[in-house]
Design a protein around this ligand. Structure first.
Ligand code: PEP
Length: 253
């Protein structure tokens, strides 16, 4: 049985005041459940302060990016060991915004994935197609290429300590959500790709859906067999909206 993971990606939003208020708001009304894990991924400058606020609450801490390198002359970069040191448990890699805007290739994403595992952190690796790729019926091919690059570098067994997020690019921040059936089809494809290499690993890895997930569409998505949670952007910036998704997960668990 896979536990749900509901993860908030705050992206480049907020301030000291906002991150304090948001994390306190989530902690204050957080439902207790051993079947649903809750995670927030604030911007780097607020990680330490949010870590202090989450202490002992059960709400987990993650980061939005990491360097592929272990240490050294990489100005402006942050090593996986540093994120571990300040209390992170998860780190997002391969978000479509970084692939598109920062030119991160699937190989760079794979190297970051390996750096996280080496530091004892859990990668949340994002995969997903653009609208043009979906319209050209390339959805499965794009997902497979993005996944295979990680499997090739990190090995299939490493996915036992990782999370995958299926994030159709056309649904991110657009208000346009994949239907539960569209999402399930992609999630099933992801699990099948992994199962062809290691059935047991494919059975335990959690696959989150990301793309305009909200309180009013979460139940339908989370009811699908291969959807094990959500990676939430916009709706994670408000405690009540984020917790509405957590409640939908608890109702399914
Ligand atoms: C995201 O960027 O990971 C995301 C899913 O954003 P949103 O929920 O705003 O679509």
């Amino acid at each position: 049985m896979r536990n749900f993971l509901i993860a908030g990606n705050w992206k480049m939003n907020g301030s000291t005041a906002m991150s304090t208020e948001l994390s306190n708001g989530i902690v204050a009304d957080m439902p207790a459940s051993d079947r649903v894990e809750l995670l927030v991924c604030p911007p780097f400058p607020y990680l330490r302060a949010v870590a202090a606020q989450l202490a002992g609450s059960g709400l987990k801490l993650g980061a939005q990016n990491v360097s592929a390198h272990a240490a050294g002359a990489y100005t402006g970069e942050t090593a996986a060991t540093m994120l571990k040191d300040i209390g992170c448990e998860y780190v997002i890699v391969g978000h479509s915004e970084r692939r598109a805007m920062m030119g991160e290739s699937s190989e760079v994403v794979a190297a970051k994935f390996c750096a996280l595992l080496a530091a004892g952190l859990k990668p949340i690796v994002c995969v997903g197609e653009t609208l043009a790729e979906r319209q050209a019926e390339q959805t499965n091919a794009v997902i497979s290429e993005q996944l295979e690059a990680v499997v090739e570098m990190a090995g299939i067994d490493s996915f036992a300590n990782a999370v995958i997020a299926y994030e159709p690019v056309w649904a991110i921040g657009t208000g346009q959500t994949a239907t539960p059936e569209q999402a399930q089809e992609a999630h099933k494809h992801i699990r099948d790709v992994l199962a062809a290499k290691n059935d047991a690993v494919a059975g335990v890895v959690r696959i989150l859906y990301g793309g305009s997930m909200k309180g009013d569409n979460a139940a339908g998505l989370l009811s699908m067999a291969d959807i094990d949670g959500g990676l939430i952007g916009g709706a994670s910036l408000n405690a009540a909206d984020f917790l509405a998704i957590a409640d939908a997960a608890i109702a399914q668990s």
